[in-house]
Design a binder for this molecule. Structure first.
Ligand SMILES: Cc1ncc(COP(=O)(O)O)c(C=O)c1O
Length: 468
């Protein structure tokens, strides 16, 4: 995918500065000399130096070379852990390939994060769509979005723990557009945004297109976000904002605890930055309860809430929303100047659907299916995958994060799997620094539980071929 060699060189120098082997004012080796010493191209060293300049750690002086500029305290790495630094993102090529494989009917779909759309709820939504399809829209409709839909959403969003005015909701083309608008509201090219690691690759795609830099905060499937690391990063770097999915995050599946939500809000308040909360999976908890949002605890108008119907119902209507608080004016301008407003008919259909109890019935019928499918996947992975494999068992959503033995290349497995008729997601696109090379993400929403075992057996066969 990417040439990460330059990042290794960048890391090497960051470590030397951190360890005080290089002090402010010290001259770095010349580009030519360093390229000879490391046996890499001049371009690679130039790229590493440019990245260090971007990080404000070194300074070029005319005809003299590069000098260490570090004046701030560098983060101390935890024992045995990777300490990320902010950097540009480069995931688009693989991410687009993964997304395109999601539309192939000839593949078993375990790649993209699409829900089970075979239930009655989705059929009813489409009946509603047909009912409205011939309606002539009123062209004076508010560009914020169809008001009856915004009213329905405001009612439903009460379950987040905070009441929302319909006029504070802006309808978008799915949550992806909401996230992109939110990022554009809070930051511009070159700014640093904190992201979960591993992270939803759509966020990384947006960062890449907007020329924002990503800084990773580790999250684990069991324990959630490392708030100590978050604090260190906030103390160290001039961060512009943060983006996270606290409920059944993609791909790790973690659920942020209530005390941790409060701790995160305290930290962003101390460091005076906004937070974008991605709420797409929140209504898919296996115990039927919907976690509170960070937005609901926010008393300082720092949290921008983004959501959609894509994961709980269906992604094809492309309906999402953003509640941008203090950024509402800018969010509207960005929406109005890029797509004017969202199409009317899907909004008519969803408003009609939400006016009934059909969504609740749909969720009650679909979630037990996800519980069964997750168990079938875990059983099959444990049965067929090599020793050393670990699979997450999130308490909601429909994605499992799988750690494979170190020597397995998840990207190669992705290509082999597609050739063998199975779509999966390679883990490395879930990190801006290409970590998680031996990870994959599997979606268990679509494949019936009785078909999971043979599919995993086939995937395990491809793995074994790689290992030998
Ligand atoms: C965490 C997360 N946020 C946002 C999105 C995008 O959702 P939508 O289809 O509503 O644009 C996805 C899609 O996979 C996702 O996993």
């Amino acid at each position: 995918m990417t040439d990460y060699l330059y990042e290794k060189i960048r890391e090497l120098i960051v470590t030397q500065i951190r360890n005080k082997a290089l002090l402010p004012g010290d001259r770095l080796p010349s580009v030519r000399q360093f390229s000879r010493e490391l046996n890499v191209s001049i371009g690679t060293v130039q790229k590493a130096y440019a990245a260090l300049e971007d990080l404000d750690l070194i300074l070029p002086k005319r005809r003299s070379g590069y000098y260490v500029k570090a004046v701030r305290a560098m983060p101390q790495p935890k024992a045995g852990s990777f300490t990320p630094v902010p950097g540009k993102v480069n995931v688009l090529e693989t991410a687009v390939s993964v997304m395109r494989s999601a539309s192939r009917r000839d593949l078993v779909q375990m790649g993209s994060a699409i829900p089970d759309v075979s239930g009655q709820g989705v059929r009813q939504l489409h009946q509603e769509y047909r009912r409205h399809a011939l309606k002539i829209p009123n062209y004076e409709e508010d560009p914020l979005g169809y008001l009856p839909l915004r009213r329905q959403l405001a009612r439903r969003l009460l379950d987040t723990g905070r009441s929302v005015d319909p006029d504070d909701i802006l309808i978008t083309a799915g949550c992806q557009e909401a996230l992109t608008i939110a990022l554009r509201c809070i930051a511009g090219p070159g700014d640093i945004i904190l992201v979960e690691s591993p992270c939803y690759y759509g966020v990384l795609q947006a960062l890449e297109c907007l020329e924002l830099k990503a800084l990773e905060i580790p999250v684990s499937s069991a324990g959630g976000m490392d708030t100590d690391q978050l604090e260190t990063m906030l103390q160290t770097w001039p961060v512009k904002g943060m983006i996270m999915t606290p409920a059944f995050s993609n791909p790790s599946g973690y659920l942020c605890s209530e005390p941790r939500k409060k701790k995160i809000l305290d930290l962003i308040s101390t460091h005076d930055i906004p937070l974008i909360e991605d709420d797409v999976f929140a209504r898919l908890g296996f115990n039927g309860s919907r976690p509170r949002t960070l937005h609901s605890y926010d008393r300082e108008d720092r949290v921008i809430l983004c959501g959609s119907i894509s994961k709980m119902l269906s992604p094809d209507l492309r309906i999402g929303w953003i509640i941008a608080g203090q950024y509402a004016g800018k969010a509207r301008t960005l929406k109005f100047t890029s797509t004017l407003c969202s199409p009317c008919h899907p909004q008519f259909a969803l408003a009609g659907f939400l006016a009934t109890r059909k969504l609740d019935r749909h969720l009650r019928s679909i979630i037990p299916g996800y519980v069964k499918k997750q168990q079938a996947l875990i059983n099959a992975v444990n049965r067929w995958f090599p020793e050393g494999t670990k699979i997450s068992s999130p308490a909601g959503g429909f994605l499992s994060w799988v750690k494979l033995p170190e020597e397995i290349d998840g990207l190669r497995l992705y290509h082999d799997a597609v050739s063998a008729g199975i779509a999966i997601t390679p883990g490395e696109i879930c990190s801006p620094t290409g970590q998680y090379k031996n990870f994959i993400r599997l979606n268990y929403a679509v494949v019936p539980p009785e078909e999971t075992d043979p599919v995993m057996k086939r995937l395990a066969g491809l793995l074994t071929r790689q290992a030998t």
